[in-house]
Design a protein around this ligand. Structure first.
Ligand SMILES: *[C@@H]1O[C@H](CO)[C@@H](O)[C@H](O)[C@H]1NC(C)=O
Ligand SMILES: *[C@@H]1O[C@H](CO)[C@@H](O)[C@H](O)[C@H]1NC(C)=O
Ligand SMILES: *[C@@H]1O[C@H](CO)[C@@H](O)[C@H](O)[C@H]1NC(C)=O
Ligand SMILES: *[C@@H]1O[C@H](CO)[C@@H](O)[C@H](O)[C@H]1NC(C)=O
Ligand SMILES: *[C@@H]1O[C@H](CO)[C@@H](O)[C@H](O)[C@H]1NC(C)=O
Length: 506
């Protein structure tokens, strides 16, 4: 294990040495081999034959990851079985995953304990053979008692079907199981009756928490994990990209920065479904892969050495642990009466409304070489200082947008967002549409006063390149600012994505 010593100052001016350390993580973006007819039920034998083809690829990648020293390897959501099953057509793919909190089971060394567990056995043997922690996503069937308790939410066919992460230790023990809480049009699966807050501990990096895909946008379980001090999240996903604000890597980066955590994100690769974008993110680094148009459609292994963030593992005190998540460092919300600020003045230039991500953003154009603009949606205001430092050969227009409200398309969630975007064309109505490329470079300071402390910042440059914001600041009154200069590529989006979890479901 790679160890280095850092000196940290503690109270009373003492300096003590603590062992800080790092580990090697790997995520695999998998070009899933799909069942071409997911609505047709298959026999167990045929379903297994299909899944073994995906598992053959997992096996090769586990070997490659191990060669590069990986201690943990993450595979994407739906990577073994695929998508678009119905509740009945998925039946051949289901296995019953025992609860690792209730029993110790090593499917590789004890294959006889449960029948119908070929996928669990193969994953367990893979973890064991390559001596790494392995996280995969599969379909779990849990029988539940019918009619015993009328308030029980057991489905009428007496079984739960869950979209499930399973984790194996490096000797093949099943150490963790997590059932996805925030489903996204998944007819085959149930939402568990309560959100599961699931973590597991490793000998090389301490504690990790588990989430899946759409979960990342919601309080349960994601933010609950972070608020309990879990600072390393594992994130299998099958994410359909949507610029300008929710491309896979863009939100992965934003969440890791905003929550001050490590995120190990593995996405599916499927061009028709616009799925790509996986990476290993820490508050200080991002190692990622995002395919561009025209790239061959293939899998991609991403490996990186990253620091351990688990405060208990690195031997910090419990008090430090409390403060180590940026979500906790500032206190309270900014209530409306406190949010008014003279520097966030009303817009000077005419504003216009344009739809971005199906939400009506209020925009103002950035039509000078440099300047300062504000724009408000109701009482929520965004402010920008900018200076264009280089333009390419083509004319490009940019706008600053503000949105405060509930997003209601393909999921309901309440937002406050400040975003600088490159407009797709030269008409203002194109501001907010998808753009992937830009030539204009600008220095900027973007800020807003948010009524939530959950604000996720990100800078996206041309051709899906992430940049580390030069400076992020957050004050107790809810003001968040992001400053960036010397951008390397043309600016596509700079965004402060605020989530008003407390207003969801209202
Ligand atoms: C799944 O269904 C959706 C909507 O019905 C469709 O757009 C998508 O292409 C389907 N995906 C697969 C893998 O068949
Ligand atoms: C992020 O966590 C580190 C400890 O890993 C801490 O030193 C730092 O202050 C935190 N950053 C913020 C913005 O809270
Ligand atoms: C920018 O837009 C404003 C409002 O539309 C207009 O008054 C101003 O002349 C424009 N400036 C430039 C440099 O085009
Ligand atoms: C701009 O045009 C010049 C000459 O036409 C070309 O050499 C240069 O590569 C172009 N720059 C960009 C960013 O496209
Ligand atoms: C969003 O909320 C509306 C009611 O406000 C409800 O009808 C709809 O089903 C919800 N959509 C989702 C995806 O939860």
């Amino acid at each position: 294990m790679f160890l280095f010593i850092v000196f940290v100052s503690v109270g009373f001016g003492q300096t003590v040495a603590v062992a800080d350390s790092s580990y090697i993580a790997a995520v695999y973006e998998h070009k899933v081999i799909l069942n071409p007819e997911p609505h047709v039920s298959l026999s167990r034998r045929d379903a297994l034959q299909h899944m073994q083809r995906n598992l053959d690829v997992y096996e090769e990648q586990a070997a490659r990851a191990a060669q590069q020293g990986a201690q943990i390897l993450v595979f994407p959501e739906d990577g073994i079985h695929g998508f678009n099953y119905t509740r009945s057509s998925i039946s051949g793919y289901l296995e019953t995953v025992p609860d690792p909190q209730k029993e110790d089971w090593n499917p590789c060394t004890q294959p006889g304990r449960y029948s119908n567990t070929e996928v669990l056995q193969r994953l367990s043997c893979m973890a064991r053979r390559y001596n790494l922690y392995l996280v995969a996503n599969m379909a779990d069937l849990q029988p539940c008692p019918l009619n015993t308790d009328p308030s029980s939410s057991c489905p009428s066919d007496g079984r739960w079907q869950f979209n499930t992460n399973v984790v194996f230790s490096s000797d093949g023990l099943l150490v963790s199981r997590y059932h996805k809480h925030n489903l996204y049009f998944e007819e085959a699966f149930n939402t568990p009756p309560q959100a599961e807050i699931i973590t597991f501990d490793t000998p090389f990096a301490g504690r990790f928490g588990l989430i899946i895909c759409f979960d990342i946008l919601f309080r349960e379980p994601t933010v609950v994990l972070v608020e309990r001090g879990v600072r390393q999240l594992i994130y299998p996903t099958a994410w359909m990209n949507q610029l300008p604000l929710l491309d896979s890597i863009q939100f992965q980066r934003a969440f890791s920065l905003g929550a001050n955590i490590t995120l190990l994100a593995a996405n599916i690769r499927n061009d028709r479904l616009i799925m790509t974008g996986s990476g290993i993110y820490t508050p200080l680094s991002a190692t990622y892969h995002h395919a561009l148009k025209g790239d061959p459609e293939e899998g991609q292994l991403v490996v990186a050495r990253v620091p351990v963030l688990d405060p208990l593992w690195v031997g910090q005190s419990a008090a430090t642990k409390e403060g180590s998540s940026s979500m906790l460092t500032d206190s309270g919300f900014c209530h409306r009466q406190n949010c008014a600020d003279p520097s966030l003045s009303a817009p000077f230039y005419p504003i216009f409304t344009s739809s971005m991500m199906y939400d009506p953003f209020i925009f103002v154009l950035l039509n000078r070489t440099e300047g300062e603009v504000s724009v408000c949606d109701g009482t929520f205001c965004c402010h920008l200082q900018y200076k264009r430092v280089a333009s390419g050969n083509r004319t490009e227009i940019y706008a600053l947008g503000a949105f405060a409200g509930t997003h209601t398309v393909n999921g309901n969630y309440t937002l406050q967002v400040c975003a600088v975007v490159r407009c797709a064309e030269l008409e203002v109505s194109s501001c907010g549409q998808e753009v992937e490329e830009a030539e204009s470079k600008m220095d900027f300071l973007l800020e807003g006063v948010f009524e939530t402390r959950y604000v996720y910042p990100v800078v996206l440059a041309s051709h899906l390149v992430l940049e580390q914001p030069e400076k992020l600041e957050k004050t107790a009154d809810g003001r968040v600012s992001m400053k960036h200069s010397n951008i390397n590529g043309g600016l596509v989006t700079a965004c402060l994505y605020g989530r008003m979890y407390h207003l969801d479901n209202e």
